[in-house]
Design a protein around this ligand. Structure first.
Ligand SMILES: NC(=O)c1ccc[n+]([C@@H]2O[C@H](COP(=O)([O-])OP(=O)(O)OC[C@H]3O[C@@H](n4cnc5c(N)ncnc54)[C@H](OP(=O)(O)O)[C@@H]3O)[C@@H](O)[C@H]2O)c1
Length: 268
């Protein structure tokens, strides 16, 4: 199947590691012009090098905190100057944050609202008018399966994922008349640095039976226990869904939350 991504200009946020990096690689393999961003310049350089090694393609990279409107504005301006258009936007920047209403601190909520919600608002506000001008666009927002099936151990992440799903639906209705398609992916457990840093410590706290086991053993056991397919997902399994949703092959799926969780409705 030819996805028709050749020479499409794709801006992928939070693409210096994990799912975002894998998404950048898949778009690059399909011949898209890929622009990645993240906050840490050193990590971005390493990601650029990895993408070049894996795909042979050189991508552009911008150090940009997507929760900061001025930084996003500057980055979008640079992309437009170089390419004169943006066809594809993947809002991937983010992290998980354990905690609920009672135990989370106000600053935990604020930092998650900034990275999950304001990042999406900032990029969409600036990129949608560019897509409208070209009468073609594809937007994918990385969400969580918890936006549909909330888990009280992850109230912050899951409450905000529900907001992402709702915003995606609104955006899709707003932009459909301009041939702009917007979807979210409800991601389940996918092994990344984010999972290791933000989720494993919480699993060790809340599951005494797993507390003293190695990371590998915990991941294997949780995959078998909670996921009908019996394992964690791989970043590339999310990346390839994003490629399809953003392709010329998809003109009819919009406003949807695609569940990509191996059948699971929870991951801890
Ligand atoms: N892995 C899972 O199981 C899972 C499940 C559900 C949802 N998700 C969602 O999927 C997305 C990717 O997660 P991942 O697991 O691949 O995480 P990851 O490996 O930690 O990657 C996160 C990326 O986002 C960047 N980033 C973080 N904050 C940013 C900001 N303010 N501005 C720009 N870039 C930022 C990071 O780079 P810098 O730190 O250098 O900025 C990094 O490149 C996230 O939105 C996450 O919430 C993941």
């Amino acid at each position: 199947m030819d996805l028709g991504l050749k020479n499409k200009v794709a801006f992928i946020t939070g693409a210096s590691s994990g799912i975002g990096l894998s998404t950048a690689e898949e778009f690059a393999k399909e011949g898209a012009k890929v622009i990645i961003c993240g906050r840490n310049g050193q990590k971005l350089e390493e990601a650029k090098k990895q993408i070049k090694e894996v795909t042979g393609v050189e991508v552009d990279a911008f150090a940009c905190d997507t929760s900061n409107f001025e930084q996003v504005e500057k980055t979008i301006h640079e992309i437009e100057k170089s390419y004169n258009k943006i066809d594809i936007l993947v809002n991937n920047a983010g992290k998980a944050q354990a905690g609920g209403i009672v135990d989370a601190r106000p600053e935990d909520w604020q930092s998650m609202i900034d990275v999950k919600i304001f990042s999406l608002i900032n990029t969409c506000k600036l990129v949608a008018p560019i897509m409208k001008k070209n009468r073609w666009g594809r937007i994918v927002n990385m969400s969580s399966i918890g936006g549909i099936y909330p888990n009280p151990k992850l109230t912050i992440s899951h409450g905000l994922s529900a907001a992402i799903n709702n915003l995606t639906r609104s955006l899709s209705l707003d932009l459909a008349p301009f041939n702009i398609i917007a979807n979210a992916i409800g991601i389940g457990a996918v092994r990344t640095k984010n999972w290791e840093e933000n989720m494993l410590p919480k699993v060790r706290q809340t599951r005494k039976d797993l507390a003293n086991l190695d990371d590998e053993v915990i991941i294997k056991q949780l995959g078998e226990e909670l996921t009908p397919v019996g394992r964690f997902g791989k970043p590339v399994e999310i990346a390839q869904i994003a490629c399809f949703l953003c392709s010329e092959c998809n003109g009819f799926v919009t406003g949807s939350v695609i569940e990509a969780s191996g059948g699971a409705d929870k991951f801890m």
